[in-house]
Design a protein around this ligand. Sequence first.
Ligand code: AP5
Length: 221
Amino acid sequence: MTETQRNVILLGAPGAGKGTQAERIAAGYAVPHISTGEMLRAAVAEGTEMGLAAQKFMEAGALVPDDVVIGVVRERLARADAQRGFLLDGFPRTIEQAERLDVMLADGGRGVTQVILIDVPEDELVERLAGRRMCKGCGKGYHVVFDPPQKEGLCDVCGAELYQRSDDNEATVRKRLEVYRAQTEPLVGYYEGHGVLRTAQGGGKMPDEVFAQVEQLLEGE
Ligand code: AP5
């Protein structure tokens, strides 16, 4: 792996495997994994003012207002560990967020180096989200069929209990997919226009096979 600075965005529909691939990329490339979904869920769990404001949007499968999310990302990207590269997962999700990210990075003499789109057919997305389980302790993700833990209901890494996200029920998943098509998919054209978009085919492939493609794209192959 090269020493090039990587300011990477992972783009894809809910359930496309952004979090799954982000764990592998962050480990392989030593960049911090910055997930706006995880940061918002942590704020909800802590009951902060921002968390309480975000909760109703998240539970309805809608996007949290741009100003709230942009504030969270601005703060996170200013930290020391993000100065030598970062991996954004779940941000940006609107053209407004993408434009404001570009300005934020340009102010610090930086820019987005690569955007990896993980493309997965819609039927598969619904199946993946319905079977997803998360660890209450360390946050690691599993799938009851595609990536089960060794002991049912318990995390392989820290032994804590697994749970189902409150937005992973079928009605909210359908809404999240609709919101993705309307508000986030236009980013594909935006980043194509900037010449930084690369696509990994994530359908019908196991996470390690998808990662092999992602690695090739990150290495510019
Ligand atoms: P967020 O947490 O970002 O959710 P999301 O984008 O809907 O994505 P997911 O986490 O559901 O899916 P993923 O692509 O990470 O898939 P995963 O790897 O887990 O956002 C949640 C909410 O927060 C939003 O709805 C919104 O309200 C708010 N929010 C967040 N960011 C925001 C922003 N920027 N602006 C406004 N609001 C924002 O994989 C899914 C499952 O599939 C797992 O079980 C996994 O084990 C399995 N799996 C993964 N890869 C494979 C594979 N190759 N084969 C088989 N199974 C697989």
